[in-house]
Write a protein of this length. Structure first.
Length: 253
């Protein structure tokens, strides 16, 4: 069984942390992953930096630009992760844009993911129908879960199609804006959380965008299986470096 599916079966609310590979410094990637697991994080999303990150807010965009300037590439990330499964057991997901995957070669990318122990990918700009028609068989060949996103604007019909195509969790975007830490959730977002919970989808949902502290984590996970923190963690790394990760995680739960 894929590590993501194993983790989803645990009787707890899951905390997933996103960070950008190669940031703050080029060779911080492995240490950050190891420290996040030691601090009690359940899943890790490793951001593959891209030069045109349309869906990302300023914090993640800046970290992506810095990582690229540091010299981060897809090939280098795989080299950094070569021995990661000797020290880390929690699910690891690569999140990024489809263009670098296409440039690397979709099958070569999936094969490398399997070799280093990546469990899934999140590629927000890879449409469901294109994935199903052209790439699903390749992803499945290498045991890779493809995580799809839904937003408050996604129709019930499309959500059901995504649910049927998924085998893991659904990334539930909390708002239609770009990523970034917010103070709390408004009534409109809470109604969206209720709407999705009432659909009783077969795949659990993990909420992303706008989660930055214990309050927003608890709000997001009232109805969902877990929540993802990205921008707030990257801001913390920018301010404190990668040496005090445990303090950040303790502040969430």
């Amino acid at each position: 069984m894929n590590r993501i599916n194993q983790k989803l079966q645990e009787n707890k609310k899951l905390l997933s942390i996103y960070f950008t590979a190669g940031y703050p410094k080029l060779n911080d990637t492995v240490n950050i992953i190891q420290d996040l697991e030691k601090s009690g994080v359940d899943l890790i999303e490793i951001g593959l930096p891209f030069s045109d990150p349309l869906a990302d807010g300023p914090t993640i965009q800046e970290s992506s630009t810095a990582a690229l300037n540091n010299g981060m590439t897809t090939e280098l990330l795989f080299q950094q992760l070569e021995d990661i499964r000797k020290t880390v057991s929690i699910p690891l997901i690569i999140m990024g844009y489809f263009n670098p995957v296409l440039q690397y070669g979709v099958e070569a990318f999936c094969q490398k993911c399997q070799e280093v122990g990546i469990d899934g990918v999140i590629l927000p700009d890879l449409p469901l129908d294109v994935y199903q028609e052209e790439y699903e068989s390749i992803f499945k060949k290498y045991g890779l879960i493809n995580v799809f996103l839904i937003t408050p604007q996604t129709s019930d019909e499309r959500i059901k199609a995504i649910d049927n195509a998924s085998d893991g969790f659904i990334y539930m975007v909390s708002s239609a804006s770009t990523t970034g830490a917010k103070v709390g959730f408004v009534d409109e977002q809470k109604a969206y959380f209720d709407r999705i919970a009432n659909m009783q989808l077969k795949n659990p949902q993990i909420v992303g965008f706008g989660i930055s502290n214990a309050q927003t984590f608890n709000q997001a996970t009232e109805k969902a299986k877990g929540a993802i923190i990205g921008s707030a963690f990257i801001k913390y790394l920018s301010a404190h470096g990668p040496d005090k990760i445990a303090d950040f995680v303790k502040g969430i739960r």
